[in-house]
Design a protein around this ligand. Structure first.
Ligand code: ASP
Length: 292
């Protein structure tokens, strides 16, 4: 994802998808509705968009199927729902939301999670519904090189929002890493690692090499730096990325605080990202774009 290396159609597709997701979330916030509704709506939009590594368009496992992870959290009461290894549930983030609200558990995985979705009336699809040819090509390329994915897959989706009442929320959804095996689960559905929201500090979503974000408890670390320390949101975010870099990992974070502060940052050459507030909308891809 270096400037000029991404096919123009891919760039266009990502920008258009981000615009639609911002629109879906902004409409809800403008109606003075809850942040948690806005983040679910934004992530749903991106799960349906095959440009991103979540829902349709997700990366493939080493066995050539798709396993989806997602989590949602509401900063008002730190209620949360998380799901991992889904194969047939069309809307992973809506399943996480349903679990958050209807319980009785917080985190479900594999067949049981899809079964919960089915029993609660969420749409089921065949696993191949999620697949697009480009992801199959990426898997074949990686398997030929006998590699493990670190560069080829980006596109995990996440949304953070603060509503008119100062409540924050986060939603994250992903297909994980290309060629993942053995039921691997990344940081995205782990509350505190890739997803965290607390009205006392911030809502945070992560993307990147999940193994490192788990070890750094990245999203929770960011929120707690704000709550207990005297760092600004952006300082805390930069410090967490530096901590992950020390471990050898890279990726990106987005965050918002109840006072309306927003921050993003990444240690990769690019991160698809966008922001909407009363002043307008911004959509960006490369690191250099922030310098303009
Ligand atoms: N963090 C995700 C995972 O490790 C992947 C990504 O963000 O690209 O599953």
């Amino acid at each position: 994802m270096r400037p000029g290396r991404l096919p123009p159609e891919q760039e266009e597709c990502a920008r258009a998808g981000l615009e639609r997701a911002l629109q879906a979330g902004a409409v809800i916030l403008e109606k003075r509705e809850a942040a948690v509704d806005a983040v679910e709506a934004a992530v749903r939009e991106l799960e349906e968009d095959s440009c991103f590594n979540a829902g349709r368009g997700s990366v493939l496992t080493a066995e050539g199927c798709i396993e989806l992870d997602a989590a949602i959290m509401d900063g008002r009461d730190r209620s949360a729902g998380a799901v991992a290894g889904l194969r047939t549930t069309r809307a992973p983030i809506s399943l996480a939301r349903m679990l958050m609200e209807q319980g009785p558990h917080v985190f479900l995985s594999g067949k049981g999670a899809d079964q919960y979705a089915r029993e609660h009336g969420l749409e089921q699809v065949g696993n191949s519904w999620f697949e697009v040819p480009e992801r199959r090509r990426q898997l074949e390329e990686l398997l030929r090189e006998d590699g493990f994915d670190d560069e080829v897959k980006y596109g995990t989706v996440g949304a953070v929002a603060v509503d008119v009442d100062g409540h924050v929320a986060v939603a994250t959804s992903t297909g994980g890493l290309t060629a993942k095996r053995w039921g691997r689960v990344g940081d995205s559905p782990l509350i505190g690692a890739g997803t965290y929201a607390d009205d006392r500090s911030a809502a945070v979503s992560a993307t990147g090499s999940g193994e490192y974000f788990i070890r750094a408890v990245a999203a929770h670390q960011l929120a707690e730096r704000v709550r207990l320390g005297c760092e600004s949101l952006q300082q805390a975010l930069d410090a967490v990325l530096a901590d992950i870099a020390l471990l050898g990992g890279k990726g990106g974070l987005i965050a918002v605080a109840p006072n309306g502060d927003a921050a993003w940052g990444f240690t990769t050459p690019a991160m698809y990202r966008g922001m909407a507030d009363a002043g307008g909308r911004t959509v960006r891809i490369y690191g250099e774009d922030d310098d303009r």
